[in-house]
Design a protein around this ligand. Sequence first.
Ligand code: NCD
Length: 332
Amino acid sequence: MSDASSEACTPKLPPLLGEIPPVWTRRHLLDIESLSADEINCVLDVAQQFKDAGATAGRRFTPLQGIACANLFFENSTRTRTSFSLAARRLGADVVDFSSSGSSLSKGETFIDTAKNIEAMHVEVVIVRHATPGTPHLLSQSLQSSVINAGDGPHEHPTQGLLDMLTIRQHRGDLRGLTVALVGDIAHSRTARSNIWGLKKLGAHVIVCGPPTLVSRRWEGVGVEVAHNLDEILPRCDVLNLLRIQFERQATRPFPSVREYALLYAMTGARIRRAKDNILIMAPGPINRGVEVTPEVADGPHSVILDQVSNGLAVRMATLWLISSARASHRT
Ligand code: NCD
């Protein structure tokens, strides 16, 4: 991460009035693994400017006027789909919400044909969520439109990773040297993967923690600490990101009972009292109260779970603006 280029991507004017930062040249956002630290900081800087300019409080801007965005969601979503729609509308774009049920996919149309038909209506940005890893990458090769990955199976969820990093940055200023633990179903969580790549690029120490059946020792190979005992690592942690058990992606149950999981890994009031005074408690949502976090902690003073949701709007506005501007300026 170079401070100079991080400064260079903080334009003096609000971003919607200025040029896009030189570091940003991408017209797709497919993952965090391929982003540089400077590109990540660029999105976070622009998102922060949108937030400071009142975007998450409902202020509207028009840099995407005349542009159409399609939400193509083939898996359930509350926060991600809603915030992409709101983000696009608050930037002046037209938004189409597409869901697979009730579409011609049930009549035998292929996924790519469906996407090409939507693109033929001059949709410039396609936001896709799909259970199959790599679907956004495939679409980006088949379409002229820009593609944003809103979650591809267990692979990545880049805007979730970015909004998580923005939230930590707002509360701690700098991620360098922080210890961030991702707790829960690392094996099936796209949020885990996007966080791991992003947090490491920004200089945080990352711990993955959960039952051995859900946390592979292979993560040590990329410099991530692997732990199975939450109580042992807890006193060292600055941030805990509590990840849902992704039962829908598992063929067999990875632990004997949910009750046993909660005893070992749920963030409870008793555990908070053994943690650092300023620990941040995060979760991408949906949260399962009593499984990965108790209501006392989810609604308590350490929780920034709803800040994450607000920041999701800012990050999605930044992403939409950056990739649309890169398209418009023919940088790629
Ligand atoms: C996550 C997802 O869908 O990957 N949620 C989200 O986007 N806010 C995490 C989850 O479903 O557990």
